[in-house]
Design a protein around this ligand. Structure first.
Ligand code: GUN
Ligand code: ZN
Length: 434
């Protein structure tokens, strides 16, 4: 629940206004070395220098002094699988074997509400330890798992997005719904959760392989009926996946054409992976304003391939970055950016640390059309905030002895940091790190 009391968080504030266009683009962000946020009732009321915020605060306002640490907006993870908390770190071959051998068996256990509740509690602990205050998750195909997921979010006051995975073929019978039942269950869950507190429902057909045309049609109908909701699915992650999709949908011009033909694309559509894209697919992505979600640790772990960030951006496509746990190997957005940096290095694309920090905060919020609420320290937005320490471990502290600029510090955090660098995570103004 939102913390009703009024308080000041003091520290070194960093927040973005737009995507930095290069290392010297100081207009893209605000950095205040002795800054403060005035927080009340889950919202940021004021941002400024510490002395200014203190002078204008009511007498006796509590001050939480986080100096010399950095205060940034809470991290946003735009693609994660809640039922894969016990799949992460499974020794598997590539995507389709990994799904069949580890992922589907683990997801079957979510038929039981008690299991979902236990995993939800641990899952949210892991997010908050790592500074992630908002995530977009696939739940299992069981409605129970969606309830477990949103009940835990509600108890913690978190802005979370997620939905029931729709899948009606090419999976164990315990996980398969039908086109009709997936529509009915998704609709009921959407009515129950979307807009309740900070919860956002996401229409979630897993991917073309596990959905019949009838089910993708049902997903499209649901999206048309509820255009305020997001839709998430996977695309062009793995060569065997693409070949199998072409067999199942022989009339489609390409993989994206399958989703396009059922009306699944739009400015609230999150497409996980987007690695092996054709030129025409890129054009359709741009025209529909669909979002390509980069999942670096997963793409490396499953040997899927290298996401072409520059190619996406020069094609005018919106992008986001995410962990994709449990194909992804870490809950930390810092670890994710580090691996993302390396994926881009292999393609001679060098991501500047200011761009990285923009991406996992305001960039991801913009991709979700939620930048009026999260991903920023602007007054009026939700008080989801992370406090970071770039000296958290001896190797970090040693490296920090030679660091002179903010960008260098961010790069140390991204390259060497993890949950140990997260000093505190505030959700709706309440300290929530586990
Ligand atoms: N494609 C379909 N389902 C999944 C999943 O659970 N993880 C990943 N990485 N790709 C998928
Ligand atoms: Zn995924």
């Amino acid at each position: 629940m939102a913390d009703q009391s009024i308080k000041i968080l003091r520290g070194r504030l960093l927040t973005f206004q737009t995507c930095p266009q290069g290392p010297d683009d100081v207009s893209a962000y605000s950095y205040e070395p002795d800054g403060a946020l005035l927080i009340s009732d889950g919202k940021i009321l004021k941002r400024g220098t510490y002395s200014d915020v203190l002078t204008n605060a009511p007498d006796g306002t509590q001050v939480v002094n986080h100096q010399p640490h950095l205060i940034v907006p809470g991290f946003i993870d735009t693609h994660i699988h809640f039922p894969q908390a016990q799949v992460i770190a499974s020794w598997a071959d590539q995507l389709l074997d990994w799904l069949n051998d580890y992922t589907f068996p683990a997801e079957i256990r979510f038929a039981e509400k008690a299991h979902g509740k236990r995993i939800a509690s641990e899952f949210y602990n892991a997010l908050l330890s790592n500074g992630t205050t908002t995530a977009v998750a696939y739940c299992s195909s069981h409605p129970n798992s969606v309830d477990a997921y949103f009940e835990e979010a509600e108890a913690r006051g978190m802005l979370m997005l997620g939905g029931k995975t729709m899948m009606d073929r090419n999976a164990p019978p315990e996980l398969c719904d039908t086109a009709q039942s997936s529509y009915d269950d998704s609709k009921a869950l959407l009515s129950k959760w979307h807009g309740r507190g900070r919860s956002h429902y996401v229409i979630t057909p897993r991917f073309a392989i596990t959905s019949t045309p009838e089910q993708l049609e049902a997903a499209g109908t649901l999206l048309k009926e509820h255009p305020a909701c997001h839709l998430q699915t996977h695309i062009n992650e793995n060569h065997n996946e693409i070949a199998y999709t072409q067999e199942l949908y022989p009339d489609a011009a390409h993989y994206l054409g399958v989703y396009e033909s059922f009306g699944l694309l739009g400015s609230k559509t999150l497409l996980g992976h987007c690695i092996h894209m054709t030129g025409h697919e890129l054009q359709v992505m741009r025209e529909t304003r669909s979002i390509a979600v980069f999942c670096p640790t997963s793409n490396l772990f499953l040997g899927s391939g290298l996401f072409d960030k520059s190619g996406m951006e020069s094609a005018g496509i919106r992008t986001a970055i995410a962990t994709d746990v449990g194909g992804g190997t870490n809950y930390s957005m810092l670890r994710t950016l580090d691996e993302g940096y390396k994926v881009l290095q292999l393609q001679r694309q060098r991501m500047h640390p200011l761009t990285s920090f923009y991406w996992m905060t305001l960039g991801n919020a913009e991709a979700l059309s939620l930048s009026d609420r999260i991903g920023t320290l602007e007054p009026g937005t939700d008080a989801d905030v992370v406090v970071l320490n770039a000296n958290a471990t001896p190797p970090m502290a040693l490296r920090m002895e030679t660091v002179e600029t903010l960008s260098e510090e961010l790069f140390v955090l991204q390259t060497l940091g993890d949950d140990r660098s997260v000093v505190e995570t505030y959700v709706s103004g309440s300290p929530s790190k586990m």
